[in-house]
Write a protein that binds this ligand. Structure first.
Ligand code: CAA
Length: 377
């Protein structure tokens, strides 16, 4: 049976208060105007940018449970800000788990100091088929690399200070020919495109990146040459848990708004929450949130014990992202015509929820991962 410790409960309450004061009030505006850069110093000051990194690098010394408490609580105020943090950690954790001591000493204190990181795998013609990326990092005689190509749909692009880029170092070797590199935002030859106009998660930055002969020192390759695919897949396992945490927080946020509305709105002489048609929707929502939460904390515990979580994270993301779509849909239905209006919040939650079925592994890819574990590959 999973139970939070006193320390975890304290952190949860602190993040809950921070979210109510600093994050929730910004969510609607960020949907209209994009990421609010003022949040970075606030998240940094609250110790949230690196809460799970070891204290020796300026982090909070937390574990996976603590980082998912943070993502989950923040998602109760803004799915976009939770996704920002998820993508930041997805990238930074590659250095934490696979970097050399020198790389950790150089980059991890920057994470704690409010520098933003982004994970660059997807390309315009290689999303689900991640091993088919075309960006190439060609090794030079002095050991450095020259990077050419580009990326698409990179969360935190246009905001990030550092990009963790996956590129082919041996184009003939398939998934065994990919390596990971740190590329700073001011690298000569890096162009960051315009912010994409997206359906939801509009409070996050998403751009294309293009690489024109970027020189990368040998010291900025993370992990062994050719191991980049596995490093990226492992990082995505962790990030898929965060998508579950975002789904749970978003469902909770939407349900709270709908409960408030259903208690205030009257039809035929009584509040609509008194009708079974509405009450049963809340029953289904509560059950979906509870089941999601059990899967989150179970998977976190497995990760903190050092177990592989590929299948469990895929199961969590598959179910919770579908449920987030269903719950936000039901919340619009409860609001009736008002739910379809931008004057109310639930239509935004519905648009935000859809990304959860696509980003960081589509539901179809997750089914491949899960079914592979059931029937063999
Ligand atoms: N952990 C460790 N190793 C793993 C692994 C994991 N989770 N998944 C695969 N591997 C290893 C396999 O064991 C295998 O190793 P061996 O060859 O030594 O046996 C190797 O990697 C290749 O695995 P597969 O044969 O399964 O590879 P594949 O090419 O068939 O692809 C896939 C598998 C599951 C479809 C994978 O390509 C995948 O997950 N695709 C989706 C990618 C994705 O989620 N993209 C979203 C990126 S997020 C983003 O870009 C947005 C953002 O900003 C955050």
């Amino acid at each position: 049976m999973f139970k939070f410790t006193e320390e975890q409960l304290m952190i949860r309450d602190m993040v809950r208060e921070f979210t109510a004061n600093e994050i929730e009030p910004r969510d609607r505006d960020m949907d209209e105007n994009g990421f609010d850069f003022d949040l970075i110093p606030k998240l940094t000051e609250a110790g949230l940018m690196a809460i799970h990194l070891p204290e020796e690098y300026g982090g909070g010394g937390g574990n996976t449970v603590i980082s998912e408490i943070v993502i989950n609580e923040i998602a109760k105020g803004s799915a976009s800000v939770a996704l920002f943090l998820d993508a930041h950690w997805l990238a930074a954790d590659m250095i934490l788990y696979h970097g050399t001591e020198e790389q950790k000493a150089k980059y991890l204190p920057l994470v704690a100091d409010g520098k933003v990181f982004a994970f660059g795998l997807t390309e315009s013609n290689a999303g689900s088929d991640a091993a088919a990326i075309k960006s190439v990092a060609e090794k030079q005689a002095d050991g450095s690399y020259i990077l050419n190509g580009g990326k698409a749909w990179i969360t935190n692009s246009g905001i990030a200070d550092y990009y963790l880029i996956m590129a082919k170092t041996d184009p003939e070797a398939g998934n065994k020919g990919i390596s990971v590199f740190v590329v700073p935002k001011d690298a000569e030859g890096l162009t960051v495109g315009k912010f994409e106009k997206k359906m939801g998660m509009r409070g996050t930055g998403t751009c294309e990146l293009s690489f024109d002969n970027i020189r990368i020192p040998a010291d900025d390759r993370v992990g062994p040459e050719g191991r980049g695919f596995m490093i990226a897949m492992q990082a995505l396992d962790g990030a898929r848990v965060s998508i579950g945490s975002i789904a749970s927080g978003l469902m909770q946020h939407a349900m709270e708004k709908a409960v408030k509305y259903a208690k205030e709105r009257t039809t035929f002489g009584k509040p609509i929450c008194k009708y079974q048609a509405v009450g049963f929707k809340f029953a289904d929502m509560a059950a979906k949130i509870h089941a999601t939460d059990l899967m989150i904390w179970d998977t976190c515990q497995m990760k903190d014990e050092g177990q592989r979580i590929s299948v469990e994270a895929a199961e969590l993301k598959l179910l919770s992202s579908r449920w987030a779509c269903e719950v936000t849909d039901d919340c619009i239905q409860i609001h009736g015509g008002n739910g379809y209006s931008r004057e109310f919040d639930v239509e935004r939650f519905y648009r935000d929820a859809k990304l959860l079925e696509i980003g960081e592994g589509t539901s179809e890819i997750l089914r491949m991962v899960i079914s592979g574990s059931v029937i063999g590959r």
